[in-house]
Design a protein. Sequence first.
Length: 110
Amino acid sequence: MNIQIFGKSKCFDTKKAERYFKERRIKYQYIDLNRYGISRGELQSVKNAVGLDDLIDEKHPDAALLRYLARADDRLERILEDPTLLKTPVVRNGKQATAGYCPDVWKQWE
């Protein structure tokens, strides 16, 4: 397993995800979205696994603006510019991914 957790340092669900993997002694790599962001390839991989609509954090003030962008490519560009639009944590395991706290899915990966 090659787990990557993309999250925000002050996000409660991100901390719960880290604790989930720590308790099971599963190694993971944590990437702070506020500091490092997410690459285009990683975002594309997560989008293919989860779906673009499920990646967007509906609580973000600019989330409503993304709905008005007609093309998916325009939405991806906006997310690359501001990765805080992503619902966190984004957890990747190869080509599989989740957005948000999803311990039931992660259990299937073990």
